[in-house]
Design a protein around this ligand. Structure first.
Ligand code: S3P
Length: 676
């Protein structure tokens, strides 16, 4: 069996930039717009902390505005500042508080964060004049008593962006100057964002300075995709037997690209395209493909530029020829887990020859199947790094805590499932099944090696009849049907079953139910199951109908549903209906149909279905008004893809609509299967 990868993987926003976008917007007076923020647990912690300090930070979404205040308007929090699992939240917010005389805050966090070293920020902040005390001498809980700080010149022992940022933010918060030297350059998003907000930042060899009296002004941020998250998919492509993955809009800031350089040196084929600078950060598209992998040496200045990718590099090294040696990386011991000891012991647990060094590790790669269980210690990057090894056919690796990925990459497992499939080494046949864990088997056409799947994407405004028409078309063509709406309904039903009031649902809370949903094939339709059951009546019921649009508005949920649909329709002939299908989900679908009908007719059809009788004109008029209002709200979603064929169904019966689409499909099908 071979692993094949394909498609475009949109990894979520960069975690470091997301934290900073939020923290900086919150204490820059004025309106800052933030787009594409990472809606992960860690970033929620930063939002919660700034709210506790008196800033009105709205619920995180794909596009929102923070009305920031000046540092002097921050207030004494009325409770502990809970930073969850996030070191960045703790250390950067500690800097902000340290510069505010009159504010005293107690920082707390989960078990992992509570153990992480805080003296590294306590010492410089105390040297500036703040009082910083860990209740247990180190780690959290930690008190920060703010003060009017003195300027500082600090030589950090560690190449750490969090230490550097804590000092720079403390200086800005108190209006004094600061210079920080570090042994090698750590990620520089803070410097870039300060300068985008009007602070004069000078960067010299080994050091960065800001002058006193810096005032921040509001600025908009578009968060690029996270290179540390993208790295998992670059590695996956490198380990696969065939295919390639495209990762658009990834942050290519040179202080972050060490992981890609190491993977490329190990033999993964990595190319960067379409590079451009947006809001002071370089970004571009990465295309990654399989290569023959060999061990490498990682040390020195390269380490901070790839620090978060080290667990992944170690896992790739397990499948590379020869030895990989990582040194100068003792910082790994104070991450979300001791990543040297945890990575090495887990590699050994699954049968890899690996050895711990005081400041790194040695891994000797092999080709034997890997079997065993992984203890993540709740560390997201361990779960994902070993998740990549677990996706390779032949390996049997169980991971104790898959949910911990929520701190940095909530939809990791869904994207992993939708970008991979398992193929036999013989020419592909229709019995190949996806590695996604779906119980669906392929239906429809047998695949010859030349066969390009016929994907028919059917979209249209509300009540255009797309779902029933799509089902009928699939039946006529004898191919699979996927109704994307059912997946929004399944997630809604899962959230309702949890008993939490709908008003309190957040993207993260709704998405936390995703693992309860699987895909199954009934007749020729791919349908969701909830807790192992298709739950069809519940999904169509009133309670779900009432709340489903709340869920469908959440962008991370849309991504998740899109991934489900992509996976359900991967490499087979399929008819798919729903929003985003022809644009986001199957942009290369060979046949896209956009159904329209005048609102009166759509209202009439909807009422016939609902009332099971002929509606009166007054009823149709009222329903028309509601539909028109909904169309206006939907305007961005219901635009046809430019390559879609629009069919006005106002005067067509359903049979006639189906016939037209089937006729188009036959033409497209002939063009996809060249005569042999
Ligand atoms: C981060 C800096 C790094 C990194 C972490 C995020 C940041 O930590 O490991 O995931 O956003 O500043 P250190 O500063 O401790 O190296």
């Amino acid at each position: 069996m071979l692993l094949e990868v394909s498609g475009t993987v949109r990894v979520p926003g960069d975690k470091s930039i997301s934290h900073r976008a939020l923290l900086f917007a919150a204490f820059s007076p004025g309106a800052s717009r933030v787009r594409y923020i990472l809606p992960s647990a860690d970033v929620h912690s930063s939002a919660a902390v700034m709210r506790a300090l008196g800033v009105r930070v709205p619920e995180l979404s794909e596009d929102f505005v923070v009305h920031g205040v000046s540092a002097s308007a921050l207030v004494q929090p009325s409770s502990d500042l809970d930073c969850g699992n996030s070191g960045t939240t703790t250390r950067l917010a500690a800097g902000i508080v340290a510069g505010r005389a009159g504010i005293s805050a107690r920082f707390i966090g989960d078990a992992s964060l509570s153990k992480r070293p805080m003296q590294r920020i306590a010492r410089p902040l105390s040297a500036m004049g703040a009082r910083v005390e860990s209740e247990r001498g180190e780690g959290l809980p930690m008190w920060v008593h703010g003060a009017s700080l003195a300027p500082i010149e600090w030589r950090s022992e560690h190449a750490s962006a969090q230490i550097k940022s804590a000092i720079l933010l403390a200086a800005v918060s108190s209006g004094v100057g600061a210079t920080v030297y570090e042994p090698s350059r750590s990620r520089d998003h803070t410097e870039r964002m300060l300068s985008a907000r009007g602070v004069s930042v000078s960067v010299t060899d080994g050091g960065v300075s800001i002058t006193g009296n810096a005032t921040l002004h509001a600025a908009d941020v578009d968060v690029p995709a996270d290179p540390s998250s993208a790295a998992f998919f670059v590695a996956l492509a490198g380990l696969a037997a065939r295919g390639e993955l495209t990762l658009p809009d990834v942050c290519l800031n040179p202080t972050r690209t060490g992981g890609f350089e190491i993977l490329s040196r190990m033999g993964v084929r990595v190319t960067m395209q379409d590079e451009r600078t947006v809001g002071g950060e370089l970004l571009g598209t990465i295309v990654a493909a399989p290569g023959s992998l060999r061990g490498t040496r990682v040390h020195g200045d390269e380490v901070p530029r790839a620090i978060d990718e080290m667990p992944l590099i170690a896992c790739v090294a397990a499948r590379a020829e020869g030895e990989t040696r990582i040194t100068d990386a003792s910082e790994l011991r104070v991450k979300e887990s001791d990543r040297i000891s945890a990575v090495v012991s887990n590699l050994r647990n699954i049968g890899v020859d690996a050895e711990e060094l005081p400041d790194g590790m040695v891994i000797r790669g092999g080709t034997q199947p890997l079997r065993g269980s992984v203890n993540t210690h709740g560390d997201h990057r361990l779960a994902m790094a070993f998740g990549i090894l677990a996706a390779l056919p032949g390996n049997q690796i169980s991971i104790d805590d898959r949910e911990c990925v929520a701190v940095s990459f909530p939809n990791f497992w869904e994207l992993l499932a939708s970008s991979t499939s398992v193929a036999s080494s013989a020419p592909r046949t229709s019995s190949e099944s996806s590695a996604s864990g779906a119980t669906a088997a392929h239906s429809g056409h047998a695949h010859s090696p030349q066969h390009t799947p016929l994907v028919i994407a059917i979209d249209g405004p509300a009540a255009s009849g797309k779902s029933s028409t799509a089902q009928w078309v699939a039946k006529r063509l004898g191919v699979r049907h996927v109704d994307s709406g059912a997946f929004y309904r399944a997630l809604t039903a899962a959230a309702l079953r949890s008993g939490v009031a709908a008003e309190q649902w957040t993207e993260a809370s709704v998405l936390s139910h995703a693992p309860r949903i699987a895909r199954a094939l009934t007749e020729r339709s791919v349908v969701p199951t909830l807790d192992g059951d298709p739950a069809d009546t519940e999904l169509r019921g009133n309670a779900v109908t009432q709340e489903v649009s709340r869920v469908a508005r959440m962008s991370a949920v849309r991504e998740w549903v899109n991934d489900q649909v992509r996976a359900a329709g991967a490499s087979t002939d399929v008819v798919v209906d729903g929003r985003d299908i022809g644009t986001a989900v199957f942009p290369n679908a060979p046949l896209k149909v956009f159904l329209i009908a005048d609102p009166w007719e759509r209202a009439r059809r909807r009422l016939v279905q609902r009332l099971e009788r002929r509606p009166t004109d007054a009823e149709i008029a009222a329903e028309t008004e509601a539909l028109v209002a909904r169309d206006a709200k939907d305007a961005t979603q219901s635009r046809p893809d430019p390559s879609a064929i629009t069919i006005d169904t106002t005067t067509l019966t359903q049979e006639e609509q189906v016939e037209r689409i089937v006729a188009l499909a036959e033409v497209v099908r002939r063009s996809l299967s060249p005569p042999r």
